[in-house]
Structure formats: C-alpha cells, structure tokens
Design a protein around this ligand. Structure first.
Ligand code: ADP
Length: 448
C-alpha cells in the first residue's frame, strides 16, 4: 500500500480523505493557501505545505506548486477530492508523468467524460439511454432551431464543458431560442473557455437520480445503489438521499445492470457517478462525474463501504475483491448541505464562527472542518458542513435529521440550517413527492 498521500484539497473533503488514510495507516500531506494556514485539514495532517496565496487559481489549482509539494514531501499518490483539479486530465497526466499515482481514473477517461457531448455519445454506444436531444454540438442558431423543432419545445441549451449548473438556458419557443442560444454560448465561453453547446429536451418534472459506481483495474464494476439529488436550487444540490423515494427496487436493479455493464465495457476504474433524470418511469443519462462526489456519504451509510478507502485501494492496483452480489444496501440516509449563506437570499456569509456545537448520537455523521474560532474565508465554496443521518427506513431518517438539525449550533455566520429545518417539516418532502423544480418553488413561496 502507499505509505504517504498528498491531499490536493481543503475543507471537509480534505478531512474526509485524511480520515480514510489514517485508518489505512497511510501518512498524509496537506497543502494549503495562505488563507487556510489555520484550517483543520492542516492541523490534522502529518505534514503540510503552503502552496500559494488565497485565490484558488494560485493555490488549489496551481498544478506545479502541488506537484512540487508532493515531490518534496515524498508522497507517492495524490488524492484530488472533488472540485479543483479532480477532473483535470492534464493534472492527472502530469502526476503520472512524475512517477506518482493520481487517485482517480485514467486521463483519457477524465477527458471523455469531461466533455458532455463525448460522454453522451460514449454512453449511448454502450447501451445507456439518453435524454432526447442533438446528436452532438449544435454549431449555430439554424441547427438549434432544427433540433428544437424535432424534439419539440421546451428545450435546454447546455455547455459541453459545463459544470456547477452554469451555461444552461431554457427556451420555450423559437423566439426564446435565439436569445437562450447566444446567452448559453457566451456564458460557456466565459466560464469554461469553450463555447461548444448542445441541446436536450427540457423535462418538466424529472427527479435527479444518480448511481454510485466503483471499478477496479481488472474489469470489475459494481454499484452502490442510487442517490436522489432532486432538491436543487439553480441546478445545485442542497440535500441528497439514498435511496430515492421515487424509484422501486426493480428499477434500481435494472439501472444498475445497464450502468455497470456499460462501464465494464468502458474499462472504468475509480469511484464514479452516472447522473440520470428520471421521469415517467424512464431513466435518461445526463453526465458522468469521474471523481468522489460531495454527497458520497449517503451511499456509504446504506452500503457500509468506505468509498475513499476503495479509491485508494483501486489506485494502488488492488482488486475490488467483491462482486455485486456481495453488496447489500439497507436502511435510508439523508445528507443536508449546510452552507455559510443567508438561508433566504443565499448571499455568502463568510466570517468568524463564534460558537460551534455539532449534533451527535446514533446514526448521525458530520463531515465538517469547522470549529469555534474558525474564520470562514470568502475565497472558496460556502459549504461548511454536511450533516448525514442514517435510519432503518426513511421516516426514521427524517425524524433523526430533524432532531440533529435542532441540536446543531453555528453562530457568527449565517447558515442554511433554518432552510433544512423547514424542509424536514414539509408534507411533500415527507411523502417523498418532489422533483428538481420543487425546492425553487418552496424557497420562492416562503419569500412571498
Ligand atoms: P452540471 O454539470 O452543470 O451540474 P448537469 O447536466 O449535471 O449540469 O445538470 C444539472 C441539473 O440541471 C440537473 O440535476 C437537473 O436538475 C437540471 N437539468 C439538466 N438537464 C436537464 C434537462 N434535460 N431537463 C430538465 N432539467 C435538466
């Protein structure tokens, strides 16, 4: 096994990786920006190194600085966490070129799935159903009109290099298409340096259902069931559950079969997530993430499998050592993403955390790098804690989440804790009767 791993990330996910390493007897190297010198991941790692100033492009995205830190400290592998360099094929290549291991898939696999147009055509060729849409890039307005008329309005224009819900525009008719098309292209160019766009049918009430997979170097791919991530605001997830209250065990098995067969043919290795929209009994693939996801803990809770440990074992070249039949999913897990934001306007609220009290007890898990006296920096993502609960069934998990949310105290910065407390009381949520548009209406209704 590796004896030392560098963690190229910060915040809760750096801690998450560090914890897996500690349990495996692997030494850890934390890297940090000047703004994060006092951060928990720096304190808990065996060694740490400053890699640059606060701005992420100069530190957590600074490939030469991170690589130098790995070489100087003698780390043998780099775990990228999520975000930052986790889906950067050039970085993966650079790491491997220096004789180190990138804990993730091959650079080629990252490239294929990183371009959503290539990802969709690859998955379609492997027998995975897609959301109806353009066959590939839509080069101009005339082509966009042709596609939209064929699949019928409303349509969604999406960026090939998209992520984080950016570069997506809905068009309800031909008049709206012209504006949406040019806006989406401009936003894609500005955000990703790539203005390629494609078109999908805009589904009116889908659920976002995604499948967690694990593949090793020997062609074995298994899945750990699905997560429902339909509770979103501006296409960003706020709360996730495993399993989905909207699909049946038979549907899960069927989807798992299609997905694992496709990825076995593809030769996928590492943890990964296939994202689908689910409506009217149909699953349609939208994208694949070739990394650990923010919401991975809910899958860990229902499967008992430590996904980071598996990523490290796979990267080292070990066999998974089990098959689909050995994976038993039980109970229900919910994750609330707690951010340092105003719970009504969602304006970021960085600053000093004057008091911090985390909930505990049976079935409660907190993934957070927060502590009293910590100053939430304004430079990064506003996620400050993931509160995850496990119950033997969904009602038990909801009751536990309510109780844990009530115990949770974070003072000094505004947080989304009040919003999560309200969601847990809502009859529609309790019934599991929601789609990807539900939360926007829930938040808007509360404002009015
Ligand atoms: P990103 O990579 O930017 O997160 P995704 O393709 O994963 O983009 O989509 C993000 C979210 O946008 C989905 O979870 C869903 O809520 C919404 N979405 C994406 N495609 C469609 C579609 N064809 N119809 C309706 N909603 C969609």
């Amino acid at each position: 096994m590796f004896s030392k791993i560098l963690i190229a990330n910060r915040g809760e996910i750096a801690l998450r990786v560090l914890r897996a390493c500690a349990e495996m007897g692997i030494a850890t190297v934390a890297v940090h920006s000047t703004a994060d010198a006092e951060a928990m991941h720096v304190r808990l790692a065996d060694e740490s190194m400053c890699i640059g100033p606060a701005a992420a492009r100069d530190s957590y995205l600074n490939m030469p600085a991170i690589l130098s830190a790995a070489l100087i400290t003698g780390a043998e592998a780099i775990h990228p966490g999520y975000g930052f360099l986790s889906e950067n094929a050039d970085f993966a290549e650079m790491v491997e070129a220096h004789g180190l291991t990138f804990i993730g898939p091959t650079a080629a696999q990252i490239r294929t799935m990183g371009d959503k147009i290539t990802a969709k055509s690859t998955m379609a060729a492997l027998g995975v159903p897609l959301v109806p849409g353009s066959a590939g890039e839509v080069p101009d307005l005339a082509a966009a009109i042709e596609v939209a008329e064929a699949i019928r309005y409303p349509v969604l224009i999406k960026a090939a290099a998209g992520g984080g819900g950016r570069g997506m525009k809905v068009a309800h008719d031909a008049a709206g298409l012209e504006e949406a098309f040019s806006l989406a292209r401009a936003e894609a160019a500005a955000a990703f340096g790539n203005n390629a766009v494609y078109i999908e049918k805009y589904l009116d009430r889908p659920r976002h259902v995604e499948l967690q997979v694990l593949g090793d170097h020997f062609g074995t791919v298994v899945h750990l069931g699905e997560r429902d991530c339909s509770l979103q605001r501006r296409h960003q997830k706020l709360l996730e559950e495993a399993g989905s209250p909207g699909i049946t065990a038979e549907e899960r098995t069927a989807l798992g079969h299609i997905a694992t067969q496709a990825l076995e043919k593809f030769g996928y290795r590492n943890a990964g997530t296939l994202e689908f929209l689910y409506q009217d009994g149909q699953f349609a693939f939208i994208e694949m993430n070739t990394r650990l996801q923010v919401e991975h803990p809910v899958s860990e809770m229902v499967s008992g499998i430590d996904l980071v440990r598996e990523q490290i074992r796979i990267a080292y070249g070990e066999r998974l050592g089990y098959t689909q039949d050995d994976i038993h999913l039980s109970g229900h897990a919910i994750e609330c993403r707690i951010t340092a934001e105003d719970p009504e306007t969602f304006a970021p609220s960085p600053g000093l955390v004057s008091m911090y009290h985390a909930p505990g007890g049976l079935g409660v898990r907190i993934d957070s790098a927060l502590y009293a006296g910590y100053r939430v920096p304004p430079h990064y993502d506003s996620l400050i804690a993931k509160l995850v609960v496990y119950g033997r069934n969904r009602p038990e998990a909801i009751a536990r989440m309510r109780r844990a949310l009530d115990e949770f105290v974070v003072a000094g910065v505004k947080t989304t804790l009040p919003l999560h407390r309200r969601i847990m009381q809502d009859p529609k949520f309790i019934e599991g009767d929601y789609d990807i548009h539900w939360l926007e209406r829930f938040v808007a209704a509360d404002h009015g």
